[in-house]
Design a protein around this ligand. Structure first.
Ligand code: SF4
Length: 354
């Protein structure tokens, strides 16, 4: 079993993959301590992971649903996906509910409130918010949506004859040779949008919300993700958007595969199905919904297959010591900077020449 949100870090560093799976370590510093990085504009006592969790909760409980307005769905949807609901994304009461549930008692509530209000407004005036308010966007009319959709997917991996052995007084004894493995993954998709296009096509799309650079949302900065603030391009429009799409490509490609397998199962059962669109990242600081370019999605699907082969081999093969997985080279030190095993009072790993 692999958690989808571990895929990006496992892809970045094979050694971290080993430490978190075969090594059984939690993705946390071995001994707490050291200097935590304070990001620009962030509220005191609220780290970016907590702010991200708070904002995800706000979207989960606050986003509206236009419902079908008496029109039939282009392809049937469960009733809860099409139930009309007022949009409360920018409502201070929605924000307070999430703050009470998730913020630590010493959190800077005023600054947190300013940041989430600014992000909620950006999303509300971006493509997702406009569709929620019944506007047709790029020819798409929203028919239904679901937040926090759980999914389960099982993918086959060729383990190339991994060998399981056990210790015996006469030397290692062969127990089994494994040629194929099934890797199961369960996860939750932040948002799934079902639309009908102007030419009558039914579609479905996985959307993942990201709150990177949240501390800058109310600044006049035009750096990073904010560079694309006024763009209406469907795909990535600046370097930072390419980077964020690239960073999360495996996770989003997996969501695409999960929706695809659901729609294929419907087809096989002679039920009407939806065309699965390229997944997208909803950028909190700009409200942009950035779609994955086809080539990036295809490459990521290929990478998932390679990563699953490695994951299965690592789990099944008796001879996979940590020494088979070298530290990252110095020119990848920026990856180690965000690795928990390189942080804290007792870092156990780091770039090769440290
Ligand atoms: S510190 Fe760097 S090399 Fe070591 S596990 Fe983390 S990312 Fe990999």
């Amino acid at each position: 079993r692999v958690s989808p949100n571990r895929l990006p870090v496992f892809q970045e560093c094979r050694r971290r993959h080993w430490l978190e799976t075969r090594g059984g370590l939690k993705p946390e510093p071995i001994a707490p301590g050291g200097q935590a990085r304070q990001l620009r504009g962030m509220p005191s006592n609220v780290d970016s992971a907590t702010l991200g969790t708070v904002f995800h909760r706000i979207v989960e409980i606050g986003i509206g649903n236009p419902g079908l307005n008496g029109e039939p769905a282009s392809s049937p949807l469960p009733a809860m996906w099409t139930e009309g609901r007022e949009d409360l994304l920018c409502d201070p009461e929605t924000h307070s509910t999430a703050f009470n549930e998730l913020l630590p008692p010493d959190a800077d509530l005023e600054r947190t409130g300013l940041l989430v209000t600014a992000m909620a407004k950006r999303i509300d005036s971006g493509p997702v918010g406009r569709m929620v308010h019944s506007e047709r966007v790029n020819g798409h009319r929203l028919e239904g949506l679901r937040t926090e959709l759980p999914f389960h997917i099982a993918l086959e991996a060729d383990t190339k004859g991994s060998v399981r052995k056990r210790w015996s007084t006469e030397g290692p004894e062969l127990l089994a040779r494994v040629d194929k493995a099934i890797i199961e993954m369960s996860g939750i998709i932040d948002l799934v949008l079902c639309t009908a296009t102007s030419n009558g096509e039914s579609t479905i799309r996985a959307v993942d919300l990201k709150t990177e650079d949240a501390g800058l949302v109310d600044s006049d900065s035009t750096e990073g993700l904010l560079e694309a603030l006024d763009s209406d391009v469907a795909g990535p429009a600046c370097e930072a958007e390419f980077e964020i799409l690239s960073k999360h490509r495996l996770q989003l490609a997996l969501y695409y595969k999960a929706l695809h397998s659901i729609e294929e199962a419907r087809k096989r059962a002679n039920l009407s199905s939806r065309t699965v669109l390229s997944p997208a990242i909803l950028i909190g600081v700009t409200g942009r919904m950035v779609e994955y370019p086809k080539e990036m999605l295809e490459r990521a699907s290929q990478e998932i297959e390679e990563l699953l082969v490695r994951t299965a081999g690592m789990a099944l093969d008796s001879d996979t010591p940590l020494s088979d997985f070298a530290r990252l080279p110095a020119d990848s030190a920026h990856i180690c900077e965000s690795c928990p095993f390189h942080r804290g009072a007792l870092p156990i790993c780091g770039p090769a020449d440290e």
